[in-house]
Design a protein around this ligand. Structure first.
Ligand code: GDP
Length: 297
């Protein structure tokens, strides 16, 4: 299960405090050290951990918890609040265009879950808002990506625009958008290509597509299982594209969970959704407070 180790270690660090009536300077230092190690081991990025611990220290000082009554509970609350803040405080909804269609472009490495997420998101909107989305298959490099999207579209009864693998993705996007306008689709999702690692050609293509489509939303899809690498990847994409949000996938897996904590801090962009399984319904709105509670166990 995701966060298993992190949860265990954090609750142990906090239990050391809650077992006491009062907290002395040394107790607090010892717990903070434990929390710091737990976060680093969960693959939270180093600068994020540093900032996080400093914030807790500062808050603890402000709350004058040392030797105070109820101090341990106060520390638990401070940790909970800071975790929530680290992940963005509030849930942030999908951007909406004033006139249809709202255009959502996906970005991310190959295997991160873009194609799956496109289908899940479109399905969510169709179910919850009776939306009429169109999916554009612009990943012409990954073998079977287009087929995968077409199969998903057929299963979910959502139209997919594709022109095979021989047409330039920029053209596919232009044509797909024209079709969406003609058919009055209210949402367009653009599935783009990913590489196993970031390269110039990929970034140029994504920048071009962003320019052509002027998306209302550019969602970076990040595989939560990739830990420390996830933050590095996110940073590179954030430097190249005007990301508007992040989808964190595979949180149902056995991930250490660090990406969930670092991504917002590293990219400055909100995590908007989390993927928690392979089925079309396995996509949830990301609530920082609920995630903090889940992490603290
Ligand atoms: P893409 O290359 O970025 O388009 O990635 P895909 O959408 O093809 O996903 C790669 C693999 O990850 C597929 O086998 C998906 O079923 C799987 N996947 C995607 N999202 C999730 C998720 O939230 N949980 C789990 N367990 N698997 C996922």
């Amino acid at each position: 299960m995701a966060f298993e180790n992190l949860t265990e270690r954090l609750s142990k660090a906090l239990k050391n405090l809650t077992g006491k009536g009062k907290i002395g300077e040394e107790d607090l230092q010892a717990s903070l050290k434990e929390i710091r190690l737990a976060l680093l081991e969960a693959d939270v990025s180093y600068p994020t951990v540093k900032k996080f611990i400093a914030a807790i220290k500062e808050k603890a000082k402000g709350a004058e918890i040392l030797d105070g009554l109820n101090a341990p509970q106060q520390v638990v609350k401070i940790v909970n609040d800071e975790l929530t803040a680290l992940m963005g405080d509030e849930a942030v909804p999908l951007n909406q265009s004033e006139k249809i269609p709202t255009v959502v472009m996906m970005a991310g490495l190959q295997g991160a879950g873009k194609t799956t997420t496109v289908a899940k998101l479109a399905y969510k909107l169709k179910k919850e808002k009776q939306a009429r989305p169109l999916l554009i298959a612009a990943d012409v490099y990954r073998p079977a990506a287009i087929d995968q999207l077409e199969v998903l579209g057929k299963d979910l009864e959502i139209p997919v625009f594709s022109e095979g693998t021989d047409v330039d993705p920029r053209e596919i996007v232009r044509h797909g958008l024209a079709q969406a306008k003609e058919n009055k689709n209210d949402y367009v999702f653009i599935d783009t290509a990913g590489r196993l690692q970031i390269d110039e050609t990929l970034m140029t293509e994504l920048k071009d597509i962003a320019q052509i489509a002027s998306p209302d939303e550019i969602l970076l899809t990040v595989d939560a299982m990739t830990g420390q690498n996830a933050t590095e990847t996110a940073e590179s994409f954030a430097n190249a594209l005007d990301l508007t949000g992040v989808v964190l996938t595979k949180l149902d897996g056995d991930t250490r969970g660090g990406a969930a904590l670092s991504i917002r801090d590293v990219t400055g962009k909100p995590i908007k959704f989390v993927g928690q399984g392979e089925k079309p319904t396995d996509l949830d709105v990301f609530y920082p407070d609920r995630m903090a509670s889940r992490i603290l166990g």
